[in-house]
Write a protein that binds this ligand. Structure first.
Ligand SMILES: [Zn+2]
Length: 520
């Protein structure tokens, strides 16, 4: 079934321009794969003309297959007074080798004259030339009309002429952008309707949240006839952020009755939202609509009492619809089916009736209470499930370790010693590193490689630290997220402790155990 509204995610481009967001290439690949598995129709991966990291992203993305999403590269129209074929930024867009290319161009005369410092006609030619050129290379072309609404309010004839220039040159879609994020829903409605009267191609809507109306404006655009919506997971983006696609998706599906994603997708929404926050190293907002932990949390006597009698008395929808859960009245069944679903996803033969499910659920809840998060650490969750269901023993045990640090003039050196046991055999190794975790990782690996040569190939590819309760200062709990790979597979593990070295060791041990217990 074709979606009634296309979803276009720009977390990796517009979203990454938000303050405090900094994705590595590996982060971007992980997020793109997650969004693809969720099923959002388009993923804008980055702007190859603006930084080498995005060029590298597209080079890596080319080697992967995306099942559900089409990848888009983002860029601008050609420079003024330069032939489109000779524009390096446009050439880099083609070299990204994506099926979709999104380019932005100017609608607002103010920008044409004062920012581009060119003529209205040259701006029209820049739009048309670039769209035509990219279409001639067989790409789907989305034309993002920057400042579409402010431009239209200033000079409607010229604004329409820029959009028509894109359409006539072959653009598959003209997306109207509220770039400065200051429009009202009523203005969006009127201007999208005006565009619809003039254009025959698909119309998209791209809004920002500067006055808290990012989502409302996107929905106004859709009600006025847009059939393509752009946004970011959790509303990341410049200034106060973009339209939050994590809110748009369930609102379209559950409140406006639009078919947008296959059945069974929506319950994965909260997980997607948390996953992206974890990768961005941002605390998940408990008050985020639909997916925040407080969305269906009932506090205070009368509410709890009413909810106990009739669940929907204080809930606008069932929390499970978006993968969220009711707090206070934690439904054991919902928790159980969530875990069963997750276990199946990880390749275990588990149903809602598997007797060990209760034990797993209890263990997961206990760990989550201590500060563990499994959304972005599936390998650690897989270990909890595997140990419970298949009753497997840990392949090794760490009996003791010691980490020390010394400073000698300008340089500092960390040293770690570790004692491990495999069956009745023991190993005791020492290693140095540039930091305590690096030293511990080397010592652990050296000890284990004697027993398990396969671990030689395992590499630590990312390491993230989060302080869980910043209120208590240095005594706060620390969560460590580690990403590992062995030339082919990638997995992530988690550790929690009030000691950062201990938390890191837990995540390292999980990583090695996962490698050993998971058949290739
Ligand atoms: Zn934007």
């Amino acid at each position: 079934m074709k979606p009634e509204v296309e979803l276009y995610d720009t977390t990796l481009r517009d979203g990454s321009q938000g303050e405090g967001i900094n994705f590595s290439v590996a982060d971007k690949i992980r997020i793109a794969e997650k969004i693809d598995s969720f099923g959002i129709h388009f993923i804008e991966g980055g702007w190859p003309g603006s930084n080498p990291k995005d060029i590298e992203f597209f080079a890596q993305a080319r080697r992967r297959t995306f099942k559900n999403s089409l990848l888009a590269a983002f860029g601008s129209t050609r420079r003024k007074k330069v032939a489109v074929e000779a524009d390096d930024q446009v050439r880099l867009l083609l070299e990204a080798e994506t099926p979709v290319i999104t380019i932005y161009g100017k609608t607002w005369m103010l920008h044409v004259k004062e920012v581009l410092t060119t003529t209205p006609d040259e701006n029209l030619a820049m739009i048309a030339d670039t769209v035509r050129f990219l279409k001639s290379h067989g790409r789907m072309v989305i034309y993002d009309a920057e400042h579409a609404f402010d431009g239209y309010k200033d000079n409607p004839e010229y604004a329409l002429a820029t959009w028509e220039a894109a359409e006539k040159a072959g653009a598959d879609n003209v997306t109207l952008c509220d770039t400065n994020g200051g429009c009202l829903p009523k203005e969006i409605t009127e201007i999208v309707q005006a565009a619809r009267r003039k254009l025959t191609c698909k119309i998209g809507i791209h809004t920002h949240n500067d006055i808290g109306l990012g989502v409302a404006n996107a929905l106004a655009g859709i009600e006025a006839g847009a059939t393509h919506v752009q946004g970011t997971i959790n509303g990341y983006g410049e200034r106060t952020g973009n339209c939050n696609i994590t809110s748009v998706i369930p609102t379209l599906a559950l409140k406006m009755g639009k078919y947008i994603l296959p059945e069974g997708t929506l319950p994965k929404l909260k997980e997607l939202s948390q996953f992206v926050d974890e990768i961005a190293n941002i605390r998940h907002d408990p008050r985020q609509p639909w997916v925040g932990s407080a969305c269906f949390a009932h506090k205070g006597g009368t509410h709890v009492n009413a909810v106990q009698k009739v669940v929907h008395s204080y809930e606008h929808v069932k929390p499970e619809l978006v993968g969220n859960s009711r707090r206070v009245l934690i439904s054991d069944l919902a928790g159980r089916s969530n875990i069963a679903l997750k276990a199946q996803e990880l390749g275990f033969q588990i149903s809602n009736d598997t007797p060990e499910l209760k034990t797993i659920l209890a263990r997961v809840k206990e760990l989550e209470h201590k500060g563990y998060e499994f959304e972005a650490a599936e390998a650690s969750l897989a270990l909890v499930i595997k140990k419970t269901v298949q009753h497997v023993e840990a392949p090794f045990k760490v009996d003791a370790y010691h980490v020390s640090m010394r400073r000698d003039g300008q340089s500092s050196v960390c040293e770690a010693t570790i004692k491990v046991r495999v069956g009745d055999k023991r190993a005791h190794t020492v290693a140095e590193g540039d930091g305590p975790v690096n030293a511990l990782d080397s010592a652990l690996r050296t000890a284990l490689v004697r027993f398990y040569p396969i671990l030689e190939k395992v590499q630590l590819t990312d390491y993230k630290v989060r302080i869980l309760d910043s209120g208590t200062g240095t005594a706060a709990k620390t969560r460590v997220l580690i990403q590992s790979s062995d030339q082919g597979r990638e997995w992530a593990t988690v550790g929690v402790s009030d000691n950062i070295v201990e938390a890191s060791l837990q995540a390292l041990v999980d990583s090695m155990e996962y490698c050993l217990l998971q058949p290739n």
